[in-house]
Design a protein. Structure first.
Length: 148
């Protein structure tokens, strides 16, 4: 995954700097959304140091290239798992266990663009997140209710 991201950076004409590689590696290994301060702390634990301003700039670049996404609900960043798949990238977030599922739906993007054009608005990008329960947490909740 890191190598794919490096290739995207190079293809887009960006240098693959040591700080960018470090942030890519942290995002790649993350199991949950990370704030820039989380990334800074994890790097520090590895004996590396990046200031949070540099991390913010790197994350902004990664988001603009669809290498990472900022989650609305947490403000944290996650690596993009869909690459250049067509359609706006969206998330389903389990509010109990934090599980994330990224998906893209080109038809949904087109519908949203049509909807906004009805208001004479021209969309640059879409942000959307669904919050609820993953199937595992939903099943556990209903098992508890059945036993109560």
């Amino acid at each position: 995954m890191v190598q794919d991201s490096i290739q995207v950076l190079q293809t887009q004409g960006y240098k693959v700097t040591k700080p960018r590689r470090q942030v890519l590696a942290i995002l790649n290994g993350a199991q949950r959304p990370l704030s820039p301060y989380d990334i800074q702390r994890l790097l520090r634990q590895q004996g590396k140091h990046l200031n949070h301003v540099t991390i913010y700039r790197i994350l902004d670049l990664f988001c603009s290239l669809n290498l990472a996404h900022k989650l609305l609900s947490t403000g944290g960043f996650v690596k993009c798992v869909l690459g250049d798949k067509e359609g706006c990238h969206r998330f389903m977030v389990c509010h109990r266990c934090g599980t994330l599922q990224e998906f893209a739906d080109e038809g949904l993007c087109q519908e949203e663009n049509e909807f906004t054009r009805n208001f004479d608005f021209h969309t640059k990008y879409h942000l959307s997140e669904s919050s609820g329960l993953c199937s595992n947490c939903y099943r556990k909740q209903h098992q508890k209710q059945g036993n109560a």
